[in-house]
Design a protein around this ligand. Structure first.
Ligand SMILES: *Cc1c(COP(=O)(O)O)cnc(C)c1O
Length: 334
């Protein structure tokens, strides 16, 4: 099967860049949901912990359970709210509060404009009251920006609303609450960071989806995807490759099949606009479930070492390219 090589130096470089923005490694929560964006949950948790990161963010309890020993706190974004020493649970609605287990550590998510999850601003008072009544331990209050990666003022009015939320929570007598709002895009464009935590995903993995004017921080891709040779053959001029025979050899050429396909989460794409690999080889014909064909006879080829470049070729974003990669692909940390 294909193999994912993780570049530890690059990961640490990115975390350093983010620490320069937050002022401290202690203020970074590494987002490890969805198999650490395809990079491998346990591998990335271990590396992040060795770097000194103390906080993580995941979606489900089952993910938190695989990495508990590496962190001081793990924020679970969307799962049944139960009492646990290290797990903090996001409250996404007033209903979540009434369903939560007494004594659970919770972080209230406030909707300041994204309108996806979180309680509405005018529900804040009620939410704080029922958190007290239910005997929950409020340890955090957060929001999520909808347009941190766009060249507009939207980020700023959401921030302003969140400042109001902070005041309200403090005035209601809650102490020991951590406040956080920034994802990667927001922290990368932030000049004066003054919150308790950032929730950093894509930036730590080496991608910056901000438009050019913001592009000041150099990040380095952490993941490279390699495939191994299965078989080599020589095509005569006019012979065609793969399903539908979409590629026709223009001359005699040596080609090999490699062990990567859409079954591994690699995109099937469009054979009329072939993907160009990191070694500048176009994928010949259609991507199969488990194979691609390249004009090469090397034992191992690097298919991709920059998901942002790959995303441009596929018309999507780096997040989707790496997150789609199957968790079953072997990982190697270099
Ligand atoms: C996924 C997620 C993040 C991380 O976003 P990036 O853009 O990858 O940095 C932060 N906060 C929440 C609530 C998320 O769901």
């Amino acid at each position: 099967m294909a193999i994912i090589k993780i570049n530890k130096q690059n990961f640490y470089h990115n975390l350093n860049q983010i620490a320069l923005k937050t002022g401290s490694v202690d203020k970074i929560a590494i987002v490890l949901k969805d198999n650490a964006y395809g990079h491998g949950l346990e591998y990335m948790a271990k590396l992040a912990s060795e770097f000194g990161i103390k906080h993580a963010v995941v979606r489900k309890i089952s993910e938190a359970e695989q990495i508990t020993s590496f962190f001081d706190t793990i924020l679970v974004l969307g799962d049944t709210i139960t009492q646990h020493d290290k797990y903090f649970f996001a409250i996404n609605s007033l209903d979540d509060i009434s369903r939560a287990q007494k004594g659970a550590k919770v972080e209230l998510k406030v909707d300041t404009g994204m309108h996806r999850n979180g309680i509405a601003l005018d529900e804040l008072e009620e939410a704080l009251r029922s958190i007290k009544e239910q005997g929950l331990d409020l340890v955090g209050v957060m929001t999520h920006f909808r347009s941190a990666d766009e060249l507009s003022s939207e980020l700023f009015w959401q921030q302003k609303r969140f400042e109001g939320v902070k005041k309200h929570v403090k005035n209601a007598g809650f102490t020991n609450v951590r406040f956080h709002s920034c994802n990667s895009a927001a922290i990368l464009r932030m000049k004066h960071f003054n919150e308790d935590l950032v929730r950093v995903g894509i930036g730590a993995y080496g991608y910056d989806e901000l438009p050019l004017p913001f592009d000041e921080v150099l990040l380095k891709p952490v993941l490279a995807l390699y495939a191994k040779k299965i078989a080599t053959r020589v095509l005569k001029k006019g012979e065609r490759v793969g399903y539908g025979g979409d590629f026709t050899a223009p001359k005699e050429m040596t080609v090999s099949t490699y062990d990567l396909g859409y079954g591994d989460g690699w995109r099937r794409g469009d054979s009329t606009r072939p993907f160009i690999t990191a070694e500048n080889l176009p994928i010949l014909g259609r991507v199969s479930m488990d194979f691609i064909t390249l004009e090469s006879d090397k034992e191992e080829v690097c298919v991709m070492n920059d998901a942002q470049n790959a995303a441009k070729q596929f018309g999507t974003i780096s997040y989707e390219v790496t997150t789609a990669l199957s968790a079953a692909i072997a990982k190697e940390v270099n």
